[in-house]
Design a protein around this ligand. Structure first.
Ligand code: NAD
Length: 485
């Protein structure tokens, strides 16, 4: 299979690559080099209309296809992703700036796991029955919805794209999907893989374009009955206001400002190692990163000294060089935003303990977008730096005296996606886990994911849950049938 990234990529509609109706394209930049290395369609309403027609036409056959046949096709997609690991990982890194080793180790393997997980899941999916003690029996049908939409962000491009598409297809829906315009390449390559795996034409349609130009047209299309969205809280609000009066099903996975709560009795070495990862993995561009580090006062100075020392050792550089731990941030827009947040932290009275600057590299990466891993202290919980999502290699540290104070700091946030708790005291771990206002809690670990568990956030971090049966339930309509005996 030829999985080379072409210069101009196409929309995948009815199984065919098509140029955007407008004929317009957006430059696709490699953030590690600054080079425009491809162009992505700038699609709009007309492209969306065509994709919906294709999806609607494919729905009767796909929704009636037995689960075992859907399993075979989706499982074949997973196999082909694995077989093309190197090409997909390189495309992901060139698009996103993340280290190639990370794309190979996490992003692409996780994309195939998503397909494999929901391919097998649909074979085990079952529905409920409610007996009325000899008078009647109720059973629930769970039917595919029809044409659904999946929109994903740039930080974990293929990983999050497939996390939505796989359950939607497994449940028998046809999909109109849009990856981020900032990182479109692996979604394009996935189109090729899906054709090769025998996914019938029109079952999955992949459109490329901006949020306002293409994403909002998909969301507003009256024939699209469910929206699964991962991205910023700002876009989530727009989408919610569009779909609420149209009564569409909606699942929103949004931003985070996650606390990492470190008690003095933690396993020190494991905590230090993991905190380094939860702070700066993927240049801090993971919605689950622990960007607010809360440290018990008695170990605060020790933590600070060692955390700074370890952070300084993180090598930032060419993502293709296996020895670098950190790559480029995703785009010039985001680079400027993150540096602006660091300036704001200084204006708010924060002290930059390490980092705080852009990095100028030489050679291939002279024009790349690199930022030093940055630690800030001296800011209270209510300042913008501690309230707003930065989504870059920037964390703050704050001391706390008591468990109550730790909880208060942790919960001083409009977000509620995830939290990490470090303690060897099992009772305390359970107490704190129950009281933190977040949808995902890790105790003495971070980013340990079981795909069966409910995934999603409280408060401004979203609405609904993904993962496991939650995802298959989202992508089906329950219908109760009552039979009087
Ligand atoms: P974004 O909201 O700008 O874009 C996300 C996607 O939505 C893109 O495909 C974009 O084109 C599209 N889009 C933007 N505006 C739209 C609109 N009005 N209607 C329809 N589509 C629209 O987010 P981003 O900058 O790509 O990603 C970073 C954000 O995603 C961060 O806030 C991060 O926390 C969040 N995120 C959340 C999770 C989670 O699981 N909760 C996971 C990863 C990223």
């Amino acid at each position: 299979m030829n999985l080379n990234a072409p210069f101009q990529i196409g929309n995948f509609i009815a199984g065919i690559f098509q140029p955007p109706v407008s004929g317009k394209y957006i430059d696709n930049v490699n953030p590690a080099t600054g080079e425009v290395y491809s162009q992505t369609p700038d699609s709009g309403e007309s492209d969306v209309a065509e994709a919906v027609i294709a999806a609607k036409a494919a729905f009767p056959l796909w929704s009636a296809t037995p689960a075992e046949s859907r399993f075979k096709i989706l499982n074949r997609i997973a196999e082909l992703i694995d077989e093309n690991l190197d090409a997909l990982a390189l495309a992901e890194t060139n698009d996103n700036g993340k280290p190639l080793w990370l794309s190979k180790m996490v992003d692409i393997p996780r994309a195939s796991s998503n397909f494999r997980f929901f391919a097998t899941g649909i074979m085990h999916f079952s529905t409920e029955s409610h007996s009325m003690e000899g008078r009647a029996v109720n059973y629930t049908l769970r039917q595919p919805i029809g044409v659904v939409c999946c929109i994903s962000p740039w930080n974990l491009p293929l990983y999050l794209f497939t996390w939505k598409i796989a359950p939607a297809l497994a449940a028998g829906n046809c999909v109109v999907a849009k990856p981020s315009e900032v990182t479109p390449m692996t979604a394009y390559l996935l189109s090729i893989i899906c054709s090769e795996a025998g996914l019938p034409s029109g079952v999955l349609n992949i459109l490329h374009g901006t949020g306002p130009g293409c994403g909002s047209a998909i969301v507003a299309h009256p024939e699209i009955k469910a929206i699964s969205f991962t991205g910023s809280t700002r876009a989530g609000k727009d989408i919610a206001s569009t779909v609420a009066p149209m009564f569409k099903k909606v699942s929103l996975e949004l931003g985070g400002k996650n606390p990492n709560i470190i008690f003095a009795d933690c396993d020190w070495e494991k905590m230090m190692r993991t905190t380094l990862q939860s702070s700066f993995s993927n240049q801090g561009q993971i919605c689950l990163c622990g960007s607010r580090i809360l440290v018990e006062e008695s170990i605060y100075e020790k933590f600070k000294t060692e955390f700074i020392a370890r952070t300084k050792k993180l090598t930032v550089g060419d993502p293709l060089d296996e020895k670098n731990r950190q790559g480029a941030v995703v785009s010039k827009l985001h680079f400027d935003k993150v540096l602006g947040c660091i300036e704001l932290a200084k204006e708010e009275g924060g002290t930059i303990l390490t980092g705080g600057n852009a990095i100028k590299l030489t050679g291939r990466c002279t024009n790349g977008l690199f930022i030093e891993p940055t630690i800030i202290e001296g800011l209270g919980p209510n300042c913008r730096t501690n309230m707003e999502e930065i989504f870059g290699p920037v964390v703050t540290i704050q001391p706390f005296k008591t468990e109550e104070e730790a909880l208060q700091l942790a919960n001083t946030s409009d977000y509620g996606l995830s939290a990490t708790i470090w303690t060897q005291d099992v009772s305390r771990a359970n107490r704190v886990a129950a009281k933190v206002h977040s949808g995902i809690i890790w105790v003495n670990c971070w980013l340990l994911r079981d795909l069966r568990t409910p995934f999603g956030g409280f408060k401004n971090s979203g609405v609904g849950r993904e993962g496991g049966w939650d995802a298959l339930r989202f992508f089906t309509e329950p219908k109760n049938v009552c039979i009087e005996l």
